[in-house]
Design a protein. Structure first.
Length: 192
């Protein structure tokens, strides 16, 4: 059977905000300004940036992704977590219960979060037609092989299936660097 080839994209550290959090950080009535669209339909990189602070250190110029969400969440790499001095769990986006806390600083205010910081679990977004074609279901765990000089296999890759997605795999920059990925690259999905 033909194996699914998936485009692998790097996902940099970023934050998702609620409307209330945005107003705390940027002021009443503030709205995000779109810089560019992202590969997932309806999602975008905004012009706005914030500072995140942990007990050991801080990171400036953290991107805010839109649109606004029902929960505030910060996605960092394990390297970022060490810089900040936090121990965030590896989780899928949106699963923030019991995660690490951080302070977020904007131009108009500060937000102290008791939880919300995670290391994003590597994952694949698929539309239902692609998933059905390759016999993959939502929530399935697969492996993805990438080639190159430092080629490797990304095990424990979660699959999310939804009609509003675009077919892509997302990994963080620690994973990109470990594999020595040069930019746009394709991975081969291996079913378990």
């Amino acid at each position: 059977m033909e194996r699914l080839q998936i485009e692998v994209e790097a996902s940099a550290r970023h934050i998702h905000l609620t409307a209330e959090a945005l107003e705390t950080l940027f002021g009443p009535g503030y709205a995000l300004h779109k810089k560019r669209d992202l590969s997932q339909p309806g999602e975008y990189l905004s012009e706005e940036k914030v500072r995140i602070e942990g007990p050991r250190g801080a990171i400036d110029k953290v991107s805010i992704l839109g649109p606004l969400r029902k929960g505030t969440q910060i996605e960092v790499s394990l390297t970022d977590a060490r810089v900040l001095g936090i121990k965030p769990p590896v989780r899928l986006s949106g699963d923030i219960a019991g995660s690490a806390g951080l302070t977020v600083v904007g131009p108009a205010g500060t937000l102290v979060l008791a939880e919300g910081a995670v290391v994003a679990k590597r994952h694949i977004h698929l539309i239902p037609e692609t998933a059905e074609r390759y016999g993959i279901v939502d929530g399935q765990i697969v492996s993805v092989v990438v080639g190159g000089e430092r080629g490797l296999t990304f095990d424990q890759t979660a699959v999310r299936v939804h009609p509003n997605f675009a077919d892509r795999m997302h990994i963080d920059f620690d994973e990109v660097n470990a594999a020595g990925l040069p930019g746009e690259v394709m991975g081969t999905v291996i079913l378990k």
